[in-house]
Design a protein around this ligand. Structure first.
Ligand code: HAM
Length: 425
């Protein structure tokens, strides 16, 4: 038997009803904050990711689904393509390609869609997973660099999670400074690592050379005591970065969004500057980050675009659903009526009645004249219908329909023009 590929999965009803409820809420909240949807391709030129996410990151060095796409002509070299492991790079590429900066305003964009990383699958970690994300970017003159943008996004996330009904979330916040700060911090890390790095894992030994900041991402238990003693990023922030971070925190305090500072959180992508953050949830086990994001003030320039400071995040939708389910959230069943034709020749009448109900906004399922009464009742109950409406010759002739409440067992006779309001109860 053919099965779904390792790390991929089918999303089935009733779970998909919960996914759709989440996505509807997300679109509603994003619209209130004046975000608009962008859809970028699922695959891109490989270089887009190596130049933005960074060659040395786990994502680019180990996890991408990359292939050489056949050349069209013999003289052409094949093109290296990659299934997108994340969506920020694609959005910034589109921003540059379509000259969105020419408007001189902030671009506030959101996306919902699949991403691909060849990670070891486990609960909350898949090779095809779904992200819900936003990106806000634009010229500095439009306010893109202001700490108000960072605070506004974090406040939006708190509102979104609250409105989704998620309770146990925690916001972890850090600042990784600007490029100069990180150069100084990397130098300090290199120096601090030099005498101890030989005791660390192979990945850390490599990272200590190429990109020491990534050492802070290490999850190997034996390395943790060494990492705890390394210099802290906050000691290397210059004055403007320090002030920017203080302003973000002051605004979060002003609106009452709780957070904690986590100086080890450097995030697994190289484009970040200044504010970085993650929202975690206790119900998720090892993969506890429901979402992550941060500022990327130099990303547009590194992709040959104009200066366009920006900030964004991506929610792992799979994990958000798991977190909601861990709190007892279930997809709501909302089948209001099961329309059951009674006897030969009643299918057209039943379809006619179901059509009237559905056009009036009632959620209705339709049986078949071939079913006996007992079977119609069984199917209506299995489908989770609130009411069953019987459509027999007598009912059609008199315009009075037998309607039974399947949970209370109460049966009443309802006139055709009173059905919609009765079924809404
Ligand atoms: P990220 O931290 O790599 O950031 O991913 C964001 C979220 O996607 C994670 O917190 C997690 O919930 C989810 N996620 C990542 N990998 C997997 C996986 N294999 N299976 C299930 N869920 C996963 C980014 O992708 C950045 N583009 C976010 C961003 C937007 N930063 C600025 N703008």
């Amino acid at each position: 038997m053919l099965r779904a590929v390792r790390g991929t999965r089918d999303l089935l009803p009733p779970d998909t009803d919960l996914w759709n409820r989440v996505e509807a809420k997300v679109r509603d909240v994003f619209a209130r904050y004046n975000y608009h949807e962008i859809r970028t391709p699922v695959f891109e030129d490989t270089q887009l990711f190596s130049r933005s996410v960074g060659e040395e990151t786990d994502i680019v060095s180990k996890e991408m689904f990359t292939w050489d796409d056949r050349a069209r002509a013999q003289s052409e070299k094949p093109q290296s393509l990659t299934l997108r492991p994340e969506n920020t790079a694609g959005v910034v590429r589109a921003y540059i390609e379509h000259g969105l900066f020419k408007t001189g305003t902030l671009q506030k964009l959101y996306y919902i869609g699949p991403q691909f990383r060849r990670e070891r699958p486990q609960k909350g970690r898949y090779r095809q997973f779904y992200q819900i994300g936003t990106e806000m970017l634009g010229p500095s003159s439009a306010g893109s660099e202001s700490p108000a943008r960072d605070a506004e996004i974090l406040e939006m996330l708190a509102t979104l999670l609250d409105e989704l009904g998620l309770r146990g979330w925690q916001l972890q916040l850090n600042s990784v400074g600007c490029a100069d700060d990180r150069a100084r911090y990397n130098k300090a890390l290199r120096e601090a690592l030099q005498p101890v790095v030989h005791q660390m894992c192979a990945d850390c030994q490599r990272r200590a050379e190429t990109n020491p900041l990534r050492v802070l991402d290490c999850k190997v238990p034996e390395d943790q005591p060494i990492i705890e003693k390394l210099p802290k990023i906050s000691e290397y922030l210059d004055e403007p970065c320090r002030e920017h971070f203080a302003a973000v925190r002051a605004m979060l305090d002003a609106v009452g969004v709780p957070y904690s500072i986590n100086e080890r959180m450097v995030r697994g992508l190289d484009y970040y500057t200044r504010t970085t953050f993650e929202f975690t949830h206790g119900g998720l086990g090892a993969q506890s980050a429901v979402l992550g994001g941060g500022r990327y003030d130099g990303l547009s320039e590194s992709l040959e675009g104009p200066k366009a400071p920006g900030i964004g995040f991506a929610i792992g939708e799979d994990r958000l659903i798991l977190a909601l389910q861990a709190e007892g959230e279930q997809a709501t069943q909302n089948l209001q009526a099961y329309v059951a034709p009674l006897g030969a020749g009643m299918n057209p009448q039943a379809l006619k009645l179901a059509r009237e109900l559905r056009r009036a906004g009632i959620t209705a399922d339709l049986g078949d004249e071939g079913f006996r009464l007992k079977k119609s009742f069984e199917l209506a109950e299995k489908a989770g219908a609130k009411y069953i409406v019987l459509v027999g010759e007598n009912e059609v002739a008199s315009g009075q329909f037998a309607v039974k409440d399947l949970s209370s067992g109460e049966q009443v006779s309802v006139a055709r023009d009173g059905l919609v309001s009765h079924l809404r109860k």
